[in-house]
Write a protein that binds this ligand. Structure first.
Ligand code: DAH
Length: 340
């Protein structure tokens, strides 16, 4: 083996070490300046790689093509590594600029709030809760049994016409029909069925009616039902409770009027109005729970008595905020909603 031969053997292993070290070195780099230095060291004019190619004539003539091709392969490989790294550094710089650009003015977050109807529901419920009423909720899809029959409104009774009903388009199940509840009153029977007196409860919730909409009517709206049952409740308890509620919501100066009204599930029945723009506006129906309703849930009407009421939530919100059209509540117009 002559001198040139052994030199050729050595250069292959040196090239391979050189490549490995260059790779390890570039791994750690994350600054453009360091990358430039890396390029000079491994691909520059004085680099080992350039030397090998320049001095190729020092190697055995038969080995020159192999050495040349190996060295060029490595040069290409390192050139690619360099470009990749360059891109990474550039991208990092750009994204860190974006994330930390303190000169940009901040975005003001949109803070949400409760819908005015929800606010009213909460205020009314808390007025009753301070009088000792519990708060419950019930199903919006109801049986006609609870919505009508158990409230002393039997099938084919003309009083059913007071509530234009959205029926669920389903076969009758064992003679029972489903509907979207037309009022929150069906919860009276559901609660009495499951509990013994004394009962004091308010039930807020959505109701639905098959009605054309106008400034005071929506096909869906909210009510708050109230029910109190005990051994000795009478009409003064009903009046006292509703007066107290009205004072809490509208202030002590507000005038209130009770009038006789008819609802099949109370006897006597009344409606309550408050003064508004030199006129009266009705905000709820109420009355002493009808003995037939007590009987239908298995209460003894000789032993127990009570009163019930149903408050129109949107009406109250309209009066409190001076809103002239109920449809504003459900138009999803931020210009309207963000005022509350
Ligand atoms: N449920 C009645 C309606 O929607 C309102 C009502 C009247 C509820 C009298 C009552 C009541 O509890 O006693 O028109």
């Amino acid at each position: 083996m002559n001198l040139k031969d052994s030199k050729s053997k050595l250069v292959f292993s040196e090239l391979s070490d050189f490549k490995k070290i260059a790779e390890i070195d570039i791994e750690k780099i994350n600054q453009a300046q360091d990358l430039e230095e890396w390029k000079i060291k491994y691909l520059g004019r004085k680099s080992f790689l350039t030397n090998v190619l320049r001095d190729i004539k020092n190697y055995d003539i038969s080995e020159r093509p192999a050495i040349g091709s190996e060295a060029n392969k490595i040069r290409k490989f390192l050139g690619n590594l360099f470009e990749e790294k360059q891109n990474i550094i550039k991208n990092n710089q750009q994204s860190s600029l974006g994330a930390f650009d303190y000169s940009l003015s901040g975005r003001i977050p949109n803070i949400g709030r409760l819908h005015p109807v929800t606010q009213t529901i909460r205020e009314v419920c808390s007025a009753f809760s301070s009088l000792g009423f519990q708060i419950q909720e019930g199903p919006e899809v109801e049986w006609d049994l609870y919505n009508f029959d158990l409230l002393n409104i039997p099938k084919n009774h003309p009083a059913r016409d007071m509530w234009d009903t959205l029926w669920i388009d389903e076969e009758e199940i064992e003679g029972k029909k489903m509907l979207l509840r037309t009022h929150t009153s069906p919860m009276q029977a559901r609660i009495m069925e499951k509990n013994d007196p004394p009962i004091r409860v308010v039930i807020p919730g959505k109701c639905y009616r098959y009605e054309a909409t106008d400034s005071t009517h929506e096909w869906h709206f909210n009510q708050i039902e109230g029910l109190a049952i005990d051994t000795n409740l009478n009409f003064t308890d009903l009046k006292g409770t509703l007066y107290d509620f009205a004072r809490k919501i509208f202030g002590s100066e507000r005038k209130i009027r009770f009038r006789c009204d008819y609802f099949p599930f109370v006897e006597p029945g009344v409606d309550m109005s408050i003064d508004w723009n030199n006129d009266w506006i009705e905000i709820l129906g109420a009355g002493m729970v009808h003995p037939k309703v007590l009987e239908s849930v298995g209460y003894d009407p000789e032993k127990y008595s009570g009163f019930a009421f149903g408050v129109g939530v949107e009406r109250i919100a309209m009066i409190r905020h001076g809103i002239d059209d109920i449809r504003h509540f459900y138009g999803n117009d931020m210009r309207f909603l963000s005022q509350f």
